[in-house]
Design a protein around this ligand. Structure first.
Ligand code: HEC
Length: 118
């Protein structure tokens, strides 16, 4: 019993932190829920598309096609999405999505089948 109580002490703050840090996500390591995926794809087309082009081929922002991102490391693309690029028009998106969600968007963009570019 004592042991279980100690575990609960560890467990609850961890869960609470995961909930606070990852809104809209079932668990910190899961893919976004189907509903959240719809929201993120909408954001990608409307908000990211306003600079990167509705077809992701570039505009004010650089092209986000699968081919143009292929050689770039995921980590740096995720960091660019979350924190923006100071000194350029690329804004930070960390208030709107978690790191896992930015990673999911990078996977969508890097895959020619799922990239919204036509
Ligand atoms: C206000 C305009 C603007 C918006 C909105 C915008 N971006 Fe950008 N983005 C830029 C610019 C400009 C660059 C190029 C920065 C540079 O010169 O390094 C960029 C760069 C990037 C890069 C790096 C590309 C590379 O080849 O290294 C990624 C990834 C990216 N944006 C993703 C996104 C995503 C995802 C969204 C939407 C959540 C978004 N951007 C919204 C302007 C924008």
């Amino acid at each position: 019993m004592k042991h279980a109580a100690r575990l609960a002490h560890l467990f609850f703050p961890t869960c609470l932190a995961a909930l606070l840090l990852c809104p809209g996500m079932a668990a910190a390591t899961d893919k976004p829920t189907p509903q959240r995926q719809q929201t993120l794809l909408h954001l990608l087309k409307q908000d990211c598309g306003s600079c990167h082009g509705m077809s992701m081929k570039g505009g004010l922002g650089s092209p986000l096609t699968a081919a143009s991102l292929a050689d770039k490391p995921d980590d740096s693309l995720v960091a660019t999405i979350l924190y923006g690029r100071p000194g350029t028009a690329m804004p930070p998106w960390q208030a709107f999505m978690t790191e896992q969600e930015a990673q999911w968007l990078v996977e969508i963009l890097k895959n020619a089948q799922t990239n919204p570019a036509q």
